[in-house]
Design a protein around this ligand. Structure first.
Ligand code: ADP
Length: 290
């Protein structure tokens, strides 16, 4: 039996060549995309997916061409948020074509291909697959998508990232320095503490961090009409980032998100106004730094 010590070089696999070729294909395939922006946090449940969709809707209303890449392969949300359930990727002349929501936002999400009742499973190489192996498979699957999907000409490719502070850094490395980052937090010390870890991890990467969004910053009490705090505000955890805006908790937004419907354009919702203002701020920041 051969051991690793008997293998000289790459054993004839040309693994480095394969990686270089795939990188080149990805670069070429994404050449029509103007801005790549990852929406991250480190923390789960803070509203990354919801705000990714809200920002996409606001940018779309301004005439931009947008696709959302739901990088959370195992916990996809964008299919539901975009009101798409069964919409597989269809092969076309330029590659796999991305389904679009009724609002005209391209949505690449495992959720359009696999029903919510099923989890995404990667074939095992051994019993008790390690976490590391699974995450390697996830990155390989994402790389295949980046290389084979017909992204076309886009103003924005928004990437909805899964949680995990260290993973946030891994995604920065994976997508490369051309991808800018936006972090989402809640006002609480718990959430800001985790986001702070993500920021410190991200500072090791060359990627631009455009700033942070504070989500669920207060709740409009329907009974008394006042905005009340949902979480204790933790100003003592300094994120040392540009504050792009704050979005209040809006029960209508939660309900419409579950139903995969956008807010009516004339809604008086403060959350809608806040996400529109954040979208314009994002454009300003991207133009400032690019
Ligand atoms: P994450 O992507 O960070 O895990 P989600 O976007 O899935 O978080 O949001 C978690 C839950 O909170 C969802 O049910 C979503 O509808 C709700 N939610 C997020 N932000 C708001 C908001 N500003 N107002 C109302 N509900 C919100």
């Amino acid at each position: 039996m051969k051991s690793y010590f008997d293998i000289t070089g790459d054993g004839g696999s040309d693994v480095l060549g394969q990686v270089a070729r795939q990188r080149a294909r990805i670069k070429e395939n994404l050449s029509g995309v103007r801005h790549m922006v990852a929406i991250a946090s480190g923390k789960g449940g803070v509203g990354k997916s919801t705000l990714t969709m809200q920002i996409a809707l606001a940018l779309r209303a301004g005439g931009s061409r947008i696709t959302i890449l739901d990088a959370d392969l195992n916990g996809p949300s964008q299919a539901r948020l975009g009101g798409l359930s069964h919409a597989p990727l269809v092969p076309g002349p330029a590659g796999l074509s991305v389904p679009a929501s009724r609002a005209g936002i391209g949505i690449l999400s495992m959720g359009t291909m696999i029903p919510e009742s099923q989890s995404l499973e990667f074939d095992s190489v051994a019993e008790g697959d390690s976490h590391i192996w699974r995450s390697t498979r996830e990155f390989a699957a994402l790389a295949d998508l980046l290389a084979t999907v017909a992204w076309g000409d886009l103003d924005f490719l928004l990437i909805d990232l899964p949680p995990g502070a260290e993973r946030t850094f891994q995604y920065a490395e994976f997508f490369g320095e051309g991808t800018a980052f936006v972090l989402v937090t809640l006002p609480s010390a718990l959430a800001r503490g985790v986001v702070s870890r993500s920021v410190s991890a991200l500072r090791r990467a060359p990627n631009r961090i455009l700033g942070y969004i504070e989500n669920m910053s207060g709740y409009l009490c329907p009974g008394c009409g006042q905005v009340k705090p949902l979480f204790p505000t933790a100003d003592d955890v300094d994120l040392d980032l540009t504050h792009l805006g704050s979005v209040p908790f809006d029960p209508q937004l939660a309900a419409l998100s579950d139903a995969g419907e956008p807010m009516p354009a004339d809604s008086p919702s403060e959350a809608l106004a806040a996400t529109r203002s954040i979208a314009s701020r994002l454009i300003q920041e991207l133009e400032k730094t690019s």
